[in-house]
Design a protein around this ligand. Structure first.
Ligand code: DQQ
Length: 535
């Protein structure tokens, strides 16, 4: 189906056709990264949920494989829902996933690869006596799902956490097991937060406070904090918090109760949900996937024949400088796609100016931009209007300024990615990092949002952003990935050769000095695995 084919991405993962949602069970095995995903093989809307499967050598160039698991048993006939992989020390792989049963009850099931010596892990065997876990009696049958990757506790038993809710309190249950078949429920929850509703796709992993490497899921001790992430069903937002995991009773306590799970930081402030991480033993890093949902109508998705994209896999580390957040950056392998590079040094932009950046194509880009501000002195600084305002047209003394991405020549379509500050000595300022979709598309019935977040800027830092542009996806990383915003846009004019990139300064009281490195990115040419030929 060629309709809206210019919206297809070139280096983000998406199936050839039909509906996709959550990433599932990411893992590394015998030279290959595996991604499974919630998939409807029959349609471009959610339903018949099956596990799609793809492999890659480098997390960027993917090959489609046959479906891994289909809904074909009483314990998952209404859907093979989200789950996670656990790599055992002896090399076995335990895949736990939620099944929606013949009676529409959410149960947890076990599956494992039929042949561990197959690098592609093509065949999966569902444990015959599934389910291995049914909802506890105090939890409703539809409020119990998405088992995490397991980790080992003090007593040597494995722990798995599963999202649930009672009334409006969302929480993460903990079960222990030795064989992934028999489970014991802990008396304590890992954590719970009143008012947050159902927790989906709970992710729980350690980060190193001092080191720069990622940590395997079972690591704990001094020098370690734990990230607890829940996908909040009521708001469709992925929230996380940093905290301490107490091994004695498998509970987790947030560093800052005011920024608890579901009420504090977001993994991504844009269009993003159901994220899941895994530990990459090759590069010793924690890699995070997330689902970019559509913001058009189901009708349009049916017409174009596909829906949803996965984010670029991101490496997650602890932000040693702030101590209060994680950092996310695209995995370094994305740099292998870099083609022509252009550098722009110290471009000065006066208030109210727009400057085209002379690059040959602007649909597939990797952009690194730094900004310094030069106060003009004369005007008064208004500090009352912080935030992202009504978007890039909403001018205050110190913003907005930044990039106009996926824009056409006449600026009839554009998606600004920008900063907006409250105080000229940006050491003490409140900086907002924003993405404005309001003019991103002329298509009717597209939801367009001004996304944004307050981002810490330390006294020795310039304002900086890294932006990946891929036809209809813009992933924007502010201040080294302290805050991330993913946009899904639907350009009708700013497509292929007509797409441009601009710098802009809509602040009224400052000049902007911008320095940029911009690379055009090659396509990743995602295609079916070539079973008949050698690679
Ligand atoms: N998607 C899955 C569920 C999960 C939800 C079903 C999150 O397992 O809770 O497709 O997007």
């Amino acid at each position: 189906n060629a309709m809206f084919s210019w919206q297809r991405t070139a280096f983000h993962f998406q199936p050839q056709r039909n509906w996709m949602n959550d990433p599932d069970g990411p893992l590394y095995h015998m030279g290959w990264y595996h991604l499974f995903y919630q998939y409807n093989p029959d349609s471009a809307v959610w339903g018949n949920i099956t596990w799609g499967h793809a492999v890659s050598r480098d997390l960027i160039h993917w090959l489609y494989l046959p479906l891994a698991m289909v809904p074909d048993r009483p314990f998952d006939i209404n859907g093979v829902w989200t789950g996670s992989a656990t790599m055992l020390p002896d090399g076995k792989i335990m895949m736990l996933y939620t099944g929606d049963t013949d009676k529409k009850v959410q149960v947890q099931n076990l599956a494992h690869p039929a042949n561990l010596s197959d690098p592609l892990l093509l065949d999966w065997i569902k444990y015959a006596r599934n389910p291995v876990l049914v909802p506890p009696t105090n939890i409703a049958p539809k409020d119990f799902r998405d088992p995490s990757t397991a980790w080992i506790g003090l007593d040597g038993r494995w722990r798995v956490t599963i999202g649930a809710k009672i009334n409006k309190t969302g929480f993460a249950l903990v079960y222990t097991t030795t064989d992934f078949i028999h489970f014991k429920k802990n008396a304590h929850h890992l954590h719970s937060v009143p008012g947050t509703g159902m927790w989906e796709c709970v992710d729980f992993y350690p980060v190193s406070i001092n080191g720069s490497k990622g940590l395997p899921t079972s690591v704990n001790g001094p020098g370690v904090k734990h990230v607890l992430k829940a996908s909040i069903d009521d708001t469709k937002v992925d929230h996380y918090a940093l905290g301490t995991y107490f091994v004695e009773n498998d509970t987790w306590v947030p560093d800052n109760p005011k920024e608890d799970v579901g009420i504090g930081l977001r993994v991504d402030y844009g269009r993003y949900y159901a994220s899941k991480s895994f530990y990459d033993p090759v590069k010793e890093r924690r890699v995070l996937w997330g689902w970019i949902n559509e913001t058009d109508t189901e009708n349009d998705d049916l017409k174009k024949g596909w829906a949803s994209v996965q984010t670029i896999p991101r490496e997650v580390t602890f932000d040693k400088k702030t101590g209060t957040n994680i950092l996310q950056r695209p995995v370094e392998e994305i740099e292998s796609l870099r083609l022509r590079g252009s550098e722009f040094e110290g471009i000065v932009l006066k208030p109210g100016s727009v400057l085209p950046l002379n690059i040959s194509s602007a649909t597939q880009l990797d952009i690194i931009a730094e900004f310094e501000i030069e106060p003009l002195g004369s005007e008064e600084i208004d500090e009352d209007s912080v935030g992202c305002g009504g978007g890039a047209i909403d001018r205050i003394a110190l913003g907005p300024f930044g990039l106009l991405t996926i824009a056409d020549d006449t600026l009839s379509e554009l998606t600004p990615i920008f900063f907006r500050l409250s105080n000229s000595s940006h050491q003490n300022s409140t900086a907002f990092f924003c993405a404005d979709e309001t003019r991103s598309s002329k298509a009717p019935e597209v939801k367009k949002t001004v996304y944004g977040a307050e981002v810490p800027v330390l006294s020795d830092e310039k304002l900086s952003m890294r932006v990946l542009v891929d036809h209809s996806i813009i992933e924007s990383f502010g201040q080294g990935g302290r805050r991330v915003i993913t946009s899904r846009v639907y350009p009708t004019e700013a497509i292929y050769g007509a797409a441009r990139l601009f710098l802009f300064n809509n602040a009224t009281a400052i000049n902007i000095k911008a320095s940029l490195k911009i690379w055009e990115l090659n396509s990743a040419f995602i295609r079916p695995f070539p079973f008949d030929q050698s690679l």
